[in-house]
Ligand binder design. Structure first.
Ligand code: ATP
Length: 345
């Protein structure tokens, strides 16, 4: 396959396993985000792809070549880390040209490539400025341009935007994605920010405890989370316990959910229902009985907290579909089976 393949990759530090049996295929030209909480192993995985750490087990293939033991500088990578590591005493152009200079490229070729890259990162004419005079976002772009100077086969970034303030960060996410699409370069970004991952990635790889819990498109991760961890980590959700009745149909707090069936043989399962998929109705008529405990109006969305079966269920609606309810009111909760995702235990 053209692209990157991780085959059963494991990394141990002494007795501690930081990454375990990771399989991953990254087709050429795609954008992958490694996403997960602190300590889940995403940086360790990226460092192995970069050749900065060696896997304890498993193989890494790039465009069909086994690169597992190949040193970093021979992998043809572009890398950007959170620290950026720009040379503060050099100009923008000198920073970008640095890898070309080390390679011994002719001066005119260096200049030509720097000009191309400055246009690409929307900083034409900035070549002679000192990097110390740039804004955070501009520095970010210069670090990206420098990493791309040698037209790498693989572009690796570790929390590249985390030093930026929220607004700039959002803008840079879009910019980075557009740049990647323009160049068609296979890109892997480590982030702990799910919005960032959802904005940029073709494939989001959700990790926890050194394992890949799910690797899929952002919408699939959101709509069809594989397990409880993914469902809870991505966006907000209601995790609801269901029991099978004698016919195998799912019941929630004793109410049968029309059309929802648990996997064959399962006596119980946890389902995930996104708050925007919870509809409030009048009590009775087969709906799950509940009582409104709190209504939070955030302007753009309204969150209604309902207690049902001793648990809290949150419904989110827009102002247009505002449920006409107040705290203390009895309501019914109606769940359509197609929005209930039965999770792996
Ligand atoms: P963060 O978002 O905090 O950077 P991460 O998901 O990138 O977290 P890693 O840096 O990959 O996590 O670390 C995974 C686990 O491996 C952590 O428990 C970390 O302490 C451990 N670890 C990483 N590098 C080493 C090392 N060189 N020696 C020992 N343990 C390490």
């Amino acid at each position: 396959m053209s692209g990157l393949v991780l085959n059963n990759v494991t990394k141990q530090f002494g007795a501690f396993t930081a990454v375990e049996n990771v399989h991953l295929s990254v087709p050429h030209g795609t954008f992958v985000c490694l996403l997960g909480p602190s300590g889940c192993g995403k940086t360790t995985l990226l460092r192995m792809i970069a050749g900065l750490d060696n896997p304890t087990n498993g193989a890494i293939l790039l465009d069909g070549d086994d690169i597992t033991g190949v040193p970093t500088h021979k992998r043809k990578l572009g890398m950007v880390f959170q620290s950026l590591a720009l040379f503060p005493h050099l100009s923008v152009g000198e920073n970008i040209a640095y890898p070309l200079r080390i390679r011994g490229a002719a001066r005119e070729d260096q200049q030509k490539r720097v000009d191309e890259l400055l246009t690409l990162i929307h900083l034409p004419g900035y070549g002679d400025r000192p990097v110390s005079k740039l804004s955070g976002g501009q520095r970010q772009r210069v670090a990206i341009a420098r990493a791309l100077a040698l037209s790498p086969r693989l572009f690796l970034l570790d929390e590249p935007l985390s030093a930026l303030d929220a607004k700039l960060r959002e803008a840079m996410q879009v910019e980075l994605r557009q740049l990647q699409q323009k160049l068609g370069i296979t890109t892997i970004v480590v982030t702990h920010d799910q919005r960032e991952a959802m904005t940029m990635a073709d494939t989001v790889v959700v990790m926890n405890g050194g394992h890949v819990r799910q690797a899929a498109s952002p919408i699939e991760i959101y709509r069809k989370p594989a397990d409880t961890f993914v469902a809870d980590f991505i966006g907000s959700t209601n995790l609801i316990e269901t029991q099978a009745d004698s016919s195998g149909a799912a019941t929630i707090f004793g109410h049968r959910v029309q059309g929802l069936v648990l996997p064959a043989g399962a006596q119980k399962a946890t389902i995930s229902v996104r708050p925007e998929d919870v509809h409030l109705t009048a009590p009775g008529n087969g709906a799950i009985d509940g009582t409104v405990t709190f209504v939070r109006d955030l302007g753009g969305t309204i969150e209604t907290f309902v207690e049902a079966g001793g648990k809290q269920i949150i419904a989110v609606s827009t102002p247009r579909e505002r449920p006409d309810v107040v705290a203390g009111q009895a309501v019914g909760i109606s769940l359509s089976p197609d929005v209930c995702v039965v999770l792996k235990q």
